[in-house]
Design a protein around this ligand. Structure first.
Ligand code: FA5
Ligand code: MG
Length: 387
C-alpha cells in the first residue's frame, strides 16, 4: 500500500491518494511533499522507533482515544478539497468510537498539519489518543460512603475547575486519575526521576484541559494534551450517563526524549545508519541514538564511458569504491546515464559522497581518494574517464 503512493496521480482536476479518487477544487492545498508521506505508516513499520513507542504506549494501559475538530483553517490543515482534509489529530475519531459503544480505547495514526518549522515540529507526525469513560460506580469505587456523591450537578456554573454540568467531586477524581495515568506513562518511559510539569490549556473538546511537559536536555518539551471530556460529546455519542477523560500524545516527541533523537526529521530517514539502531524485537530495550555523523559531507562527481566489449555492472564500481574509500564514503549515487547518439557508447556519471564519522576530511584527502578510485576503475573495470 505504501508504494501505491508512488503511483498517486494528479490530473484533470482529480487527485488519487491511496486508491481513492477525489475531485480537486480551490481548497486543494496538499503538496507533493505531503503526498509522498501518505501511507509510509512509520508507526507500524517493523523496528521503526515510532513503532516501538506505539507498542510501549499501547501496553501501558488499555484505556483511551479521541475525536473532534478544533481548527479547520486552510492555513493550518491540508485540504484534499473543500470537503476532505487530512486529519490534523487522532482526536477526530473519538465520537465515532464512543458511538460504537467503546468506553476505553486508544487510537494511533498519522496526522497532518501546517505548523512551525523547528526540531520538534513536522507537517506529518503520529499521535496516540486515548479515552476513558466511567460510570458513577467506577468513579467513586474507592470512596467510603459514596452514596452522597454524584457525577452531575443541575444548573451548575462553568468555572476554571469544571464544566457546568459536572459535580466537582467527580471531576476531581477523574482529573487525579488522568494525571496519575499520564505521569505513570512518563515515568514508565523515562524513569521515575523525570521532571515534569502541568500547563493549563484550552481545547474545544475538553474542560478543564492541560498539557504535560517533560524536562529534557535543558528545556521543557510538550508531549501531550488532555482533559475532562466535554459532556456534550458524550451525550451526542450515547454515553451521556458517564464522565470521561481523554488525552492525545505525540509519538515523535516521546521517541525523541526516550532515544535521544535530536531532530524530528530523522524519523523519515531511510538511512540504515539510523534505522538499524532500533532493530530490536523487544520495544522495552534501552536504546540511545548515536548521531550518524556531524562532520561535513564532501561530494565529488566521476564520469566515464563503459567498456564496449566487456560487461560492466554498477555494483562492481561500488565495490571498488568501498575498497579504496572504506568508511570515508557515505554514499554513491548514479546521477546520470547517457548513450552517445552515433557511437552508441554508454557513459555513467556517479556522485560520491565522502564523509568520515569521526573527523572532517580535508579537500586534499578527498581528492586523493577520488583520483585513486578513477585510476583503479580504469585499470580494473576498463572504463574510460571523461573530462
Ligand atoms: C491535540 O492535538 C489534541 N487533539 C490533544 C488532545 C486529545 C487534547 C484529547 C485533549 C483531549 P496538540 O495540538 O497540543 O493537541 O497536539 C498534541 C501533541 O501532538 C503535542 O503535545 C505534541 O506532542 C504533538 N505535536 C503537535 N504538533 C506537532 C508537530 N507539528 N510535530 C510533531 N508533534 C506535534
Ligand atoms: Mg499543544
Amino acid at each position: 500500500r505504501a508504494f501505491s503512493i508512488a503511483t498517486q496521480t494528479v490530473k484533470n482536476n482529480e487527485i488519487t491518494l491511496l486508491d481513492h479518487t477525489f475531485p480537486k477544487d480551490n481548497w486543494t492545498n496538499i503538496s507533493e511533499n505531503i503526498i509522498s508521506k501518505l501511507g509510509r505508516n512509520l508507526h507500524i513499520s517493523p523496528y521503526h522507533p515510532l513503532s516501538h513507542i506505539r507498542q510501549l504506549a499501547q501496553n501501558f494501559d488499555s484505556l483511551l482515544v479521541p475525536e473532534n475538530h478544533p481548527s479547520r483553517k486552510k492555513s493550518d490543515c491540508y485540504y484534499i478539497n473543500q470537503n476532505t482534509i487530512l486529519r490534523a489529530h487522532t482526536t477526530a475519531h473519538q465520537s465515532e468510537l464512543i458511538s460504537m459503544g467503546l468506553n476505553n480505547f486508544l487510537i494511533v495514526g498519522d496526522v497532518y498539519r501546517k505548523d512551525e518549522i523547528d526540531f520538534t515540529h513536522y507537517p506529518v507526525f503520529h499521535q496516540a489518543d486515548a479515552v476513558r469513560l466511567c460510570t458513577a460506580e467506577e468513579v467513586f469505587q474507592n470512596v467510603d460512603n459514596s452514596n452522597e456523591l454524584k457525577l452531575f450537578e443541575h444548573r451548575g456554573m462553568e468555572t476554571d475547575e469544571k464544566q457546568g454540568c459536572h459535580a466537582l467531586e467527580s471531576v476531581k477524581i477523574m482529573e487525579h486519575e488522568l494525571k496519575n495515568t499520564l505521569v505513570g506513562l512518563a515515568q514508565t518511559l523515562f524513569g521515575s526521576e523525570i521532571q515534569y510539569r502541568w500547563v493549563q490549556q484550552y481545547f474545544p473538546f475538553t474542560h478543564p484541559s492541560w498539557e504535560l511537559e517533560v524536562h529534557y536536555n535543558d528545556q521543557w518539551i510538550e508531549i501531550l494534551g488532555c482533559g475532562i471530556m466535554r459532556q456534550e460529546i458524550l451525550q451526542k455519542s450515547g454515553a451521556g450517563e458517564r464522565i470521561g477523560w481523554a488525552f492525545g500524545l505525540g509519538l515523535e516527541r516521546l521517541a525523541m526524549c526516550l532515544y535521544d533523537i535530536p531532530n524530528i526529521r530523522l524519523f523519515w530517514s531511510n538511512d540504515t545508519g539510523f534505522l538499524n539502531q532500533f532493530k530490536v524485537e523487544d520495544p522495552n530495550t534501552a536504546i540511545k541514538y548515536k548521531p550518524i555523523s556531524v562532520y561535513p559531507q564532501c561530494k565529488n562527481d566521476i564520469s566515464f564511458w563503459l567498456p564496449e566489449n566487456k560487461s560492466y555492472s554498477s555494483n562492481d564500481f561500488y565495490d571498488l569504491v568501498r575498497d579504496i574509500g572504506e568508511d570515508r564514503v557515505e554514499q554513491v549515487l548514479l546521477k546520470d546515464e547517457y548513450t552517445h547518439p552515433e557511437t552508441k557508447k554508454i557513459s555513467h556519471c556517479y556522485t560520491i559522497v565522502y564523509r568520515h564519522m569521526e573527523r572532517t576530511l580535508s579537500k586534499r584527502e578527498v581528492n586523493n581518494i577520488h583520483n585513486q578510485i578513477a585510476k583503479r576503475a580504469n585499470e580494473k573495470l576498463h572504463v574510460t574517464l571523461r573530462g
